[in-house]
Design a protein around this ligand. Sequence first.
Ligand code: DAH
Length: 370
Amino acid sequence: MTDYTTLQADLLRRVEGAADTAALETVRVEAVGKAGAVSALLKSLGTMSPEARRTHGPAINALRDRVAAAIAARRAALEAEALDARLAAGRLDLSLPAPPRRTGAVHPTMQVMDEMVAIFAELGFSLAEGPDIEDDFHNFTALNFPPRHPARETHDTFFFAPGPDGERKLLRTHTSPVQVRTMRRTNTPPPAPWIAAGQAPPIRVIVPGRTYRRDSDATHTPMFHQLEGLVIDRGIHMGHLKWTLNTFIARFFELQSVVTRFRPHHFPFTEPSAEMDVQCDTSGGEVRIGQGHEWSEIVGCGMVHPKVLRNCGIDPDAWQGFAFGFGVDRLGRLKYGMPDLRDMFASDVRWLAHYGFSPFAAPNPASGLS
Ligand code: DAH
């Protein structure tokens, strides 16, 4: 019996004295491991007489339980100590604010495009697209630009070096070439399933896209965005054009009705041609559409020139049409008030955080702000 007490006291002292889990493991193996002192005692029970076993059995079992419990307690204490040490070393400051999560923003131009497309989709227009790199025929000739028109000069247009056949490709200066591609049906197969293929009349398409000109000041950037519209059907007249644009403008600027005016203008591909202005008030530095006594130019438009129809294989005596071309960035500035057009493409994330839109809001034709 005395043996057990001494052995227990010795083992417990060593368990308490174990400085880390490795030292504790050594003690555990020496005590209750396969060849350990306590295990040896347990094994010796098998060789004892029944009477001896009755006295020694409970004592040995109690010794084993006591030592095992001490080892478990010491292990828990050592692990807690190790965790405390790790936390102290890591200086985990739970009072620090969490790092901010960055959410991207939708660029105002893309937001405005989405709003425009949603409104025109409701009016029954489908989407058409064409390439940014165009040829002279689609960008100018088919659209009835005379051979010496100033827009053909390098002054306005980004031309590529001539190819082996002498042809100079160019960056399209407007989205109007897609009118030609749509009417001539050369745009098939469409570049994506949601893009309308070129088609025979009746035609009702819009063309959102990038356009390029050699221009840079507060209201011009070398790359900008347009949204073109084209309607070809029987008996189409200026009244249809006017209703379509007025309806669009009222929806876009969220107004019950708007006062607009058509000013005579000249485009080679329309006859008659006009620019539509919308009533606005710029006093106080802010543009308020639908109020005041001033006018803001908003879209170029007109009836499709018979020569253009003919260039696209459409009989002008059977079909008429109207077309229009919006400057998307300009329209966005009028609605959301960005002062300098160049900022829109400077890729400054602070600007985007300020003027950008939530990517999680569905494009709402009524308002990009909701
Ligand atoms: N393409 C013209 C431009 O870039 C805009 C335009 C004017 C488009 C009248 C049209 C139109 O379709 O009918 O300045």
